[in-house]
Design a protein. Structure first.
Length: 291
């Protein structure tokens, strides 16, 4: 039974099983209609056979990893041979590409930011420093350095200074303190020629020195040849000034005696000299107008 082009029924066949045109004509079918029905039947049969063939092909494709290279040379592994695109070449296997070498780590400069300035460690002097692998190495190392506060044992008790601050006054202008001292050495040891006495004001990083250039025996006033008149009275001794001031400020100060080898502003300290006197200008000094 065939359904096609509005016709339903069995086609008349002859003894050989061939469509009988003559009988069709007798049954009322024209030759053209019979041919159309025949062609339609052939087309339907061809479509059905093609679908079956495709279904059979998909069912028999093996599930095997199939490596193949593209025209550009890139190798890819496909799940089945049927998945290999056209134009790809089958190969035995895809060669593994070596992993790229890791980028070298940037070199670290261990000495970056390291300052190897001259310094003291205790009483040891370290000079001529240079950085090597992040550490400072010093070319000149001197132990028991006076620059670093070393005081020879013989200096302890060598001098005993008696200090008298005659007056301290603030002058404006020129905005400065004037301190006048009478200093006596109460021992038999004569202060060394060329030694110095510094006044230091750490708060404003100020210092001033006076140098001993005469021989002063026991109980004599240092710089006794220098005279200073204050409030109509004349005194013998030495004056120091604290300058570069913006106002009459209360400042801590020190008066320090140092031997010639420690007479620079950096090396003359209470640690390697003799602290003669210390005080505060706000307590010891007279402001203008005070009596």
């Amino acid at each position: 039974m065939i359904e096609a082009a509005g016709f339903t029924g069995a086609l008349p066949l002859n003894a050989a099983g061939v469509f009988s045109r003559e009988k069709s004509i007798k049954r009322g079918l024209s030759p053209n209609n019979s041919m159309k029905i025949f062609l339609a039947a052939l087309i339907l049969a061809a479509i059905a056979l093609a679908g079956c063939a495709q279904q059979q092909t998909q069912q028999v494709c093996p599930q095997v990893i199939t490596p193949a290279t593209s025209p550009s040379g890139q190798c890819t592994e496909f799940p089945t041979p049927c998945d290999v695109p056209k134009g790809f070449t089958l190969v035995e296997k895809c060669e593994q590409r070596p992993e790229p070498a890791p980028e070298p780590e940037p070199e670290i400069d261990l000495c970056e930011g390291v300052n190897c300035a001259d310094k003291c460690e205790g009483t040891t002097s370290l000079r001529g420093g240079a950085c090597a692998e992040g550490q400072c190495e010093y070319a000149n190392v001197a132990e028991n350095s006076p620059e670093c506060g070393y005081v020879p044992p013989e200096l302890f008790g060598k001098y005993d200074f008696d200090t008298n601050l005659v007056f301290c006054e603030y002058e404006s202008p020129p905005n400065k303190f004037v301190l006048f001292y009478q200093i006596r050495n109460r021992t038999e040891n004569i202060p060394t020629y060329g030694s110095t006495i510094w006044i230091k004001v750490p708060e404003i990083d100020y210092a001033q020195q006076k140098t001993i250039q005469s021989r002063y025996e026991k109980d004599r006033i240092l710089w006794e040849d220098k005279q200073y008149t204050y409030l109509s009275k004349t005194y013998k001794g030495q004056d120091w000034e604290i300058r570069n001031l913006d106002s009459n400020a209360a400042l801590d100060f020190q008066l320090i005696y140092c031997e010639p080898e420690n007479s620079t502003v950096e090396s003359c300290t209470p640690q390697n000299g003799v602290l003669i006197h210390q005080g505060n200008t706000g307590i010891l000094c007279r402001s203008p107008g005070q009596t």
